[in-house]
Design a protein around this ligand. Structure first.
Ligand SMILES: *Cc1c(COP(=O)(O)O)cnc(C)c1O
Length: 368
């Protein structure tokens, strides 16, 4: 029935598939304890001061948030050597990505995106009627900038990039990226989604903020959802040149960041730095441990710069995922990206990772 009335482009959009929730799995399998390692959240969040600030903010909820979001913008700008006019906020990075699609894409415009990456890029591009041009990752599970460049045309409007890449955890190479920027078609902008950048080795990062200062056509997206432990509070942001930020803020719906999220984000960044740093280190050292253990079990772990590990199991990943669910551990089989034998697992607490390893060890003995 609604089909007659909706925009044609909507037919080509697939619903976002979130990771399974704890309640869902508890109910389906009658389990007491479920460990969620399927959505790349930070189990240590929200940090204490953020929690307190969010509780305090409840009394203010009868009022709209400050439309300019000045306080948080100033903090984020200063942390990155930018000015607050270089920052736009949104309901999560996801909200920002959608605003960008609406800002740039006209029916028939070409967008280029990595096939094995964050799925939202494709769906919001399709929703806007873009011609989506895909590029497969290379043999090292990295975004293939050479291949993407070969797809550049004068119709290219947007290039969706994910650095480090979800689901593989790999990063872009600086030297190649410089070439990429040089070859960038005239009308094209690069959307650089850095949802996991905080987990990466600073020496391996490309200088995305510097490119903004140099007025390159790049928009950097970040989020409070992953490293900062505030996925449920829905705060994401973009860095770009001032003119572009003004345009983004014009396109975005009014009040696209909520008071609780803003309060939590501000407190996290100003009062919880120590906890943040400690937990970041915990996650990174647990990551190294998990990679070691999985490698010992014969898994092929792709080197990761994120809070998750992507690994090839040599077995049917859906079957593994299903079997793990029965045992109360949610992981992400990567079949939706065409990796039939790969699993993506989030780094949890030490306890959660141990539980994962125990159950995983049993499951791979069962499924050969
Ligand atoms: C989790 C994730 C997002 C979405 O983050 P939110 O801020 O929670 O909307 C965006 N991009 C990538 C690559 C992600 O993994």
């Amino acid at each position: 029935m609604p089909k007659k009335s909706i925009r044609k482009a909507v037919e080509f959009v697939n619903p976002y598939v979130p990771g399974k929730t704890i309640d869902e799995v508890q109910e389906a399998y009658g389990l007491d304890e479920v460990i969620k390692l399927g959505s790349n959240e930070n189990p240590y969040g929200p940090f204490d001061n953020a929690k307190e600030a969010m509780i305090q903010e409840i009394d203010q909820l009868f009022m709209y948030p400050d439309r300019e979001y000045e306080d948080l913008k100033v903090i984020l700008a200063e942390m990155n050597g930018l000015q607050h006019e270089n920052v736009a906020l949104a309901h999560g990075a996801g909200g920002m990505l959608e605003t960008l699609a609406r800002t740039f894409i006209e029916e028939g415009d070409e967008v280029i995106l990595p096939t094995q990456s964050y799925g939202l890029y494709r769906e919001i591009s399709n929703l806007m009627g873009a011609k989506v041009i895909e590029s497969s990752l290379n043999a090292e599970y990295k975004i293939d900038m050479k291949d993407m460049m070969s797809k550049f045309s004068d119709k290219t409007k947007l290039i969706w990039m994910c650095n480090p890449n979800n689901p593989t955890g790999t990063m872009l190479d600086q030297a190649m990226f410089d070439v990429f920027l040089e070859k960038l078609p005239e009308k094209a902008w690069i959307i650089m989604d850095e949802a996991y950048i905080e987990f990466s080795d600073p020496a391996k990062r490309i200088e995305s903020i510097d490119y903004i200062k140099k007025n390159k056509r790049i928009i950097v997206i970040r989020t409070m959802s992953k490293a900062f432990g505030l996925a449920g509070a829905r705060i994401g942001y973009a860095f770009a040149n001032k003119e572009m930020i003004h345009i983004i803020d014009t396109v975005a719906e009014p009040f696209n960041a909520n008071r609780i999220g803003l309060a939590g984000a501000i407190a996290t960044l100003t009062k919880d730095q120590k906890t943040y740093e400690k937990r970041l280190q915990d996650i990174i050292s647990e990551r190294e441990n998990l990679v070691q253990q999985l490698t010992k079990m014969g898994m092929n772990c792709i080197p990761t710069q994120t809070n998750f590990v992507f690994f090839e199991t040599g077995r049917n990943a859906s079957a593994i995922g299903e079997e793990m669910l029965k045992r109360g551990v949610i992981v992400r089989p990567c079949t939706g990206w065409g990796y039939e034998e790969a699993i993506r697992v989030t780094i949890g607490t030490e306890y959660e990772n141990q539980r994962f390893l125990e159950e995983f060890g049993k499951v791979i003995k069962e499924i050969q």
